[in-house]
Design a protein. Structure first.
Length: 107
């Protein structure tokens, strides 16, 4: 029931996006993903950096107001790190990065 209400509110607010191939490919291109790769590859066949890009792309598909990223820089190359940094600066919503703390000694 919550999902139905969420979907209805998203549609009313213009935030819901249907899965249309051309729109998906255009959205993925904004993250540096080639349309051929997006439409014809399986996740298990992608290298780590491409998987991260697919996950970031998927997490922004519905135009969220908040993004929580846990170690988003893993597997990204220098260009992708720069692009991620620029995108987060331009993002008008909120974002959060959980911090890991290293504990020394045994408890």
């Amino acid at each position: 029931m919550v999902a139905e209400v969420h979907r209805a509110e998203s549609i009313k607010a213009g935030q819901f996006r249907h899965l249309i191939r051309e729109e998906i490919e255009a959205h993925c291109a904004q993250f540096g993903l080639d349309a051929e790769l997006v439409s014809h590859s399986h996740m298990k066949g992608l290298p780590g950096g491409q998987r991260v890009k697919v996950c970031l792309t998927a997490s922004t598909w519905q135009r969220p107001h908040l993004i929580v990223l846990d170690e988003p820089t893993n597997y990204l190359d220098r260009d992708s790190l720069g692009a991620l940094s620029c995108a987060l600066k331009a993002f008008q919503g909120g974002h959060h990065y959980p911090q890991r703390r290293a504990y020394e000694g045994s408890h």
